[in-house]
Design a protein around this ligand. Sequence first.
Ligand code: UD1
Length: 409
Amino acid sequence: MNVLLVAGARPNFMKIASIVDAIHAHNQRSSARIDYTLVHTGQHYDEKMSQSFFRDLGIPTPGVDLGVGSGSHAAQTAEIMKRFEPVMIKEQPDVVLVVGDVNSTIACTLVASKLEYPDGNASGRRRPLLAHVEAGLRSGDRTMPEEINRILTDALSDLHFTTEPSAQEHLVREGVAKTRIHFVGNTMVDTLLKHRRHADQSEVLGRLGLLKHAGDQDDRAFNAASAGSGKARAYAVVTLHRPSNVDNPEVFREILDALSVVGTHLPIIFPVHPRTQTRIQTFGLGNTIDFAALDSGTPAGRSGIRCVEPLGYLEFLCLTANARLVLTDSGGIQEETTVLGVPCVTLRDNTERPVTMTHGTNVLVGTKKAGIIDGALKKLHHRESHRIPEGWDGRAGDRIIDILTQQTV
Ligand code: UD1
């Protein structure tokens, strides 16, 4: 079997890493070899948004790099499609596997779903089987570009690999046959569990001045509700990059005001996404927060919020795992905090990952100042129990590869 794997943006890389590992494991135990070509669309291209993830996760260098770069949704999606089609025509894979909900996901899905191999490929297939990993998630909010990408990708896919029970309900409601839906667990969690120990050796806590020293006063209030290993001082981590939160100056300012208040309770580390960095400059919000070099050794500046460049996978995992609290608008981080047992406050009105609330540590607080402060302080002072969702056990990638091998024989 010949599989073409698509990755384009930061959250894709953790999911693809698990699939690549599972293919290698399969090839070691089976004579029915799986060949794969990894295609990087180049949607994310900065060292800190892309290459560092390949290094940290040991993902092989992509066989094909489309190098599309940034652009409007239409321009980026169209450019990926134009550059992906010749790759499909040349490779003629048996399976195209896409992950997540970014523009690269829908662009490659559109190309693959319309393509035919007029003379059949090496296995005699006339068209590729299209597999979507992380299918069926729905926020119900069509103003999110990712929601459009999810709906369309699922409408066109042949195989739907799901991470949580809500996904099957959505897919069935949208007319997908149950036989095409496979609950496999969470590939991002595979990667987290694989690298959890290694990440703990990261020096990021020391570089940010977050290690506890002998004689440090115990943060009793937070320890009552603490996660983490106990080796770090109490701190929170913030990530923000949703256009709905950072592209509107009023919304963004209100969020930063709320974070400044939370920052009076404990220092906040804020690795800033490139989109968000640009908005901070454009909207003149730089005086609310302090940008500092990663190794300047002070946990936070005047406002209690310390901004740093985007972190690599292992550094960010270490930072999150040892945090007392995470405030985020990311989908993947809601899942990672659920597995790590770290309280998570999501600065959105909806989530496409409800299992992180029913089982995990996640709460939705919206984007208003009072709600964010209230949600953050409640999470800081009340310990809650949490459960690991079913199938988030490190074996999702293996299950996907097992199903693919059965489907293509
Ligand atoms: C994209 C995904 C989003 C995902 C996020 C993770 C879509 C629609 N959105 O959003 O679902 O959660 O990635 O990060 O696919 N930029 C750089 N360097 C890079 C990449 C981007 O500077 O390596 C800057 C560019 O100015 C670009 C902006 O960030 O215009 C936004 O990048 P883009 O990929 O369009 O969307 P994200 O906001 O990253």
